[in-house]
Design a protein around this ligand. Structure first.
Ligand code: ATP
Ligand code: MG
Length: 566
């Protein structure tokens, strides 16, 4: 995406108001933001909100946004995650250009700054164990207690810190702490830990280090090194902001960023905690991080959600300061809106039953012209073969239909989309009594789907020529979590997993042109929903994931919300 200046952003929110004022009043000449994922998992739809905000603000105000990996915990971080994060940010439509950073690139500088704090009497090496540190920290209502090591000399702390770095001590034996105030009402200021000993290989620095900075010590200083002007993060970091500021005020940093907090995205029927997503993957609840039921960007992509739909969703929900939960139907609505305009229409039959047209010549094939997208005439038409034997959807037929069933039944005429009218005359059963074939006749005068006498059947069905249809696997999806609020009311979150979240249907059929489909391209199978070819597809043996059904439930959800509010 280009990054030309646009002094008038299309939408506004408190963050954009702050940035606009800072530029107007000359506090900053340009805006620099950053998106700072920890490479300990794949990005999810919550991250997309942060990406759209950080890259969006930078773009709209003519600045730039850095992609920074917050890679300070080597025990959980992996190259696979780094690669997936880069791919996902690009897929979402954003480009960091030359502005790629790693917190680990600052390890040497952060170490130097830790020594500055020690020298100034503002940090010390503590020999307490992790448990003791927790005990000494106090609680929300009680002040903490000074560590017995708090007043050791700067020389001794410097020496110990150097030996920590040199690898002389085992994990957990010592930490470096800031010396702030053990009685501070904000627990984050009670001598927070700056460094811990971790004898762990780091994906980028290898075994160069065995002391690693904490998030708090790395984040603000990395912002300052990169010249970030507005450091946008989620609300849980609000209580860390005094500490963020304390470091920047007590260190000779090259610039002075400011942190602003916004509400994280919560979605119904969805879990957005990487810790839980990792468990879903590791414990086999899903096929992987990119399972089509996962809320990860790679999962949504595999499912067939277009990046545009996710960006539109981010714009719809906006950015606020107060936490809230967004209905997942709103995301689906944004995605349907894009797909309805852009997805090509195709025919597929998920649960086929044979329809034989008795008065259609055997061995004859004709090609019928079918529109690719009625919403977009420029999408053109395609030719679909029509023959004597067809597949239609099993549940488009009922032998003994109830009143409101208008589709095919004995004696009844229906329209086959863009083809002909057919009338059913006979039902053929197998030895067990199951219906295996519908014997019909067609009206040759209705070619294209209209009758010269103007008669209009009540139903229009999709169909496939049995002679040319390609067998396919189709995967139908429902929410991964049955409950709108997984794990609420003290339930185990994993008990809320929907056992029917994925249904794999084999023996389905698709049009010949979908036999070797473009992976990742979402189409509409008429009347069935939006579908996307899965990477598991092989030429001639495609597999499709149902992205969404056609029914938009967002309007219903909104009406329900209004009712609840009354
Ligand atoms: P988790 O808590 O699941 O580990 P995280 O927030 O620690 O996730 P990070 O990789 O640190 O994940 O997040 C990178 C950025 O994305 C942060 O600025 C974070 O605030 C933001 N982010 C993460 N989750 C959400 C969310 N649900 N909504 C909005 N922003 C989010
Ligand atoms: Mg985090």
């Amino acid at each position: 995406m280009n990054t030309h200046a646009n002094p008038q952003p299309e939408r506004t929110d408190f963050i954009r108001d702050i940035v606009a004022a800072d530029l107007r009043e000359g506090h900053h000449q340009t805006v620099v933001t950053r998106f700072p994922p920890e490479p300990n998992g794949y990005l999810h739809i919550g991250h997309a909100k942060s990406i759209c905000l950080n890259f969006g603000v930078a773009q709209e105000f003519g600045g730039h946004c850095n992609l920074r990996f917050d890679d300070t915990n080597p025990q959980k971080e992996e190259q696979e995650y780094i690669d997936s994060i880069e791919a996902d940010v690009r897929w979402l439509g954003f480009d960091w250009g030359e502005y790629l950073y790693f917190a680990s690139d600052n390890f040497e500088q952060l170490y130097e700054w830790a020594l500055v704090l020690i020298r100034d009497g503002k940090a010390y090496v503590d020999d307490l164990s992790a448990d003791e540190i927790r005990e000494y920290r106090g609680t929300l209502t009680e002040p903490g207690t000074d560590s017995p090591w708090r007043d050791r000399s700067a020389e001794e702390s410097s020496d110990l810190f150097a030996r920590m770095r040199a690898g002389e001590f085992p994990n957990g034996s010592r930490v470096l702490r800031a010396k702030i105030d053990m009685a501070a009402p904000n627990i984050n200021l009670r001598d927070p830990i700056l460094y811990r000993i971790l004898h762990s290989e780091h994906p980028r620095t290898g075994d160069a280090w065995c002391v690693y900075p904490t998030y708090d010590f790395a984040h603000g200083q990395s912002d300052a090194i990169e010249g970030i002007t507005h450091s946008l993060c989620t609300l849980e970091f609000q209580d860390h902001r005094p500490l963020y500021d304390w470091f920047l005020e007590n260190l000779p940093v090259p610039s002075r960023p400011h942190q602003y907090e916004f509400a994280r995205l919560n979605l119904t029927h969805t879990v957005l905690s990487k810790r839980v997503l990792l468990r879903l993957v590791n414990e086999g609840y899903v096929r992987g991080w990119d399972d089509a039921r996962m809320p990860t960007l790679s999962g949504l992509r595999r499912r067939g959600f277009p990046a545009q739909g996710i960006r539109d969703f981010a714009a719809m929900i906006g950015v606020a300061r107060a936490d809230s939960v967004v209905e997942v139907e709103m995301l689906e609505h944004a995605v349907r809106d894009v797909l309805n305009r852009t997805a090509l229409r195709r025919f597929a039959v998920v649960d086929p039953i044979k329809l034989v047209i008795e008065n259609y010549p055997e061995g004859q094939t004709e090609e019928l012209e079918v529109p690719n997208n009625p919403e977009d005439p420029s999408a053109g038409t395609r030719r679909v073969p029509f023959t004597r034997e067809l597949w239609i959807e099993h549940d488009d037929f009922m032998e003994d239909p109830p009143k409101k069933f208008f589709r095919l039944a004995p004696g009844r005429e229906v329209r086959l989309r863009s083809a002909y009218f057919v009338t059913c005359h006979e039902v053929v059963r197998d030895g067990e009594g199951a219906i295996v074939e519908l014997r019909c006749t067609y009206d040759p005068g209705t070619r294209g789907g209209a009758a010269p006498d103007g008669r209009r059947p009540k139903a229009t069905l999709h169909w496939l020529s049995a002679a040319t249809a390609v067998p396919a696997e189709v995967r139908l999806y429902e929410h991964l979590f049955v409950d709108a609020f997984p794990g609420a009311d003290g339930r185990d979150l994993f008990d809320d997993i929907n056992p029917e979240s994925e249904t794999v249907r084999t023996g389905c059929f698709v049009e010949p042109c979908m036999g070797d489909p473009e992976i990742g391209r979402t189409v509409q199978f008429e009347r069935l929903g939006y579908f996307c070819a899965d990477p598991d597809s092989a030429p001639g043996a495609p597999a499709f994931n149902r992205t969404l059904t056609l029914r938009d439930t967002w309007a219903r959800v909104q009406a329900q919300g209004r009712q609840d509010a009354e």
